[in-house]
Design a protein around this ligand. Structure first.
Ligand SMILES: [Zn+2]
Length: 454
């Protein structure tokens, strides 16, 4: 402690917001995002003081950084002092006295959402998105009668109905484009669909950003409604639209992917012209990739792929308990694939074909790939035809040649080829494994089965 100075310790709260603010959320008019006042006010006092100054200055220029999401009036920061403690809250720049946030007028959840939704339309980001869409559409000769909604300063927020941008597509149908800055208001989509269907129009939602997490959460409602397609517009799509002389959008769609344990959903996408898309007025859908019809077969394929990977990993582990084998047998049988009674009966065929597929010994402790090949030719003659087909299917010829420095394998091949040609019964394929080979190694099976026909 320095002599002669005394300190009054100012209490630092977790958050400088007052405990019960009247205005609980504000809208960022750059991004359109709705933020809690606690998030905006925060615990950093220096930042807060600067923000307070900025908001005061913005007000002078009539460019509000934050507005009340319920009534749309600009807000500024007020400091409330109690003893040594300073706390802050937001106040309407103009107190007209009719904001439900202040008057505590009871509003339904839908009304509040509609007001917030329309508030986002006044943000700079939203206005820019409308410009991008309108300019892109104006470059596309397939569109006519372009209409752009004005910015609705002071309109009654709860009564919105008009789309951001609309135009007639190929003299057939009016397409209404609605901008969404984020996935916050995705639920609004479902409500609007009925309206546009009845109007004979088609509603197309265009997003600014794509939040995978939010997309997953709302997938049930929204993406299923639009065939799991969604569209983004940006400065990039505007440039593409100008270059192509057509409305170009960044299309994203969900598709199933096979992991090692389960099927997960991934996203795919590309730039696409509006003319490439399917318009479904009755279903109120606009989509590039027809997920609804593809998904059943894709999900099935992904499921099968997961099962095959699971079995391959279990087999490669070498720890082959009879109980697990029996359980796999049942799963294979459901797929009309026959496994023998015991794992050891399948050792030759599975080791040989997994080895060929992987390009390294699977199930055998051999140091090299070619050692496994010698084992097949020597000890599993009935699997040799399938193994040879697999070597071709997985392109192992050069690998085996490279490992055959002394030419032992080449001499062995010359010897057994004669026996194969003479249909020596020792080398005849065990037909009991046909369904297994066809299912687990379809590339091998297609070569093997063609050989048989000759
Ligand atoms: Zn208000």
């Amino acid at each position: 402690m320095i002599e002669g100075y005394s300190f009054t310790m100012e209490r630092v709260p977790d958050n400088y917001c007052v405990d019960d603010p009247e205005i609980k959320e504000v809208q960022d008019m750059d991004s359109g995002a709705i933020l809690t006042v606690q998030d905006v006010i925060g615990a950093d006092k220096d930042r807060l003081i600067r923000l307070r100054m900025n908001l005061a200055e913005a007000g002078e220029e009539r460019e509000d950084k934050y507005t009340c999401p319920i009534c749309g009036v600009g807000v500024y920061l007020v400091c409330r002092r109690r003893g040594d403690e300073k706390r802050f809250y937001f106040r309407h720049r103009v107190e007209i006295g009719n904001c439900p946030a202040v008057t505590r007028e009871p509003l339904s959840k839908e009304e509040i959402e509609a007001r917030k939704y329309n508030g986002a339309k006044e943000s700079r980001a939203h206005i820019r998105m409308k410009e991008i869409l309108a300019e892109s559409i104006s470059r596309d000769p397939d569109f006519s009668d372009l209409q752009i909604e004005k910015v609705w300063k002071g309109m009654e927020r709860a009564t919105w109905r008009k789309p951001d941008v609309s135009a007639v597509w190929r003299n057939k149908i009016r397409v209404a484009f609605e901008v969404q800055l984020s996935t916050t208001f995705l639920h609004v989509i479902a409500q609007r669909r009925v309206f546009y269907r009845n109007q004979g129009g088609l509603l197309c939602w265009v997003f600014k950003t794509f939040d995978i997490e939010a997309a997953r959460m709302t997938q049930e409602d929204i993406f299923h409604n639009n065939n799991r397609n969604l569209f983004l517009a940006s400065e990039k799509t505007l440039r593409a639209s100008k270059e192509c002389g057509a409305l170009m959008l960044d299309c994203r769609w969900a598709e199933p992917k096979a992991g090692s344990e389960a099927v997960s959903w991934g996203w795919n996408g590309r730039l696409a012209a509006f003319s490439e898309m399917t318009l479904d007025q009755n279903g109120q859908r606009v989509f590039l990739s027809d997920r609804d019809s593809l998904d059943a077969s894709e999900i099935h394929a992904a499921d099968e792929s997961v099962f095959k990977k699971r079995f391959a990993a279990w087999w490669a582990s070498g720890d082959r308990g009879d109980a697990e084998w029996e359980s796999f047998r049942r799963e294979f049988r459901r797929r009309r694939v026959i496994l023998p009674r015991w794992p050891r009966e399948a050792t030759g065929v599975l080791n040989a074909l997994y080895t060929a597929k992987e390009g390294r010994p699977v199930g055998w402790d051999h140091p090299k790939f070619i050692s496994a090949a010698h084992t097949v030719a020597g000890s599993h003659k009935k699997v040799l035809r399938a193994f040879r087909a697999a070597l071709r299917a997985y392109g192992r010829a050069s690998q085996i040649k490279a490992e055959d420095a002394e030419g032992r394998w080449a001499r062995k091949v010359a010897a057994y080829k004669e026996k194969l040609a003479a249909r020596d019964p020792d080398y005849e394929r065990d037909r009991n494994f046909d369904s297994l080979i066809a299912y687990l190694f379809p590339e091998t099976w297609s070569i093997l089965s063609r050989e048989e026909e000759v």
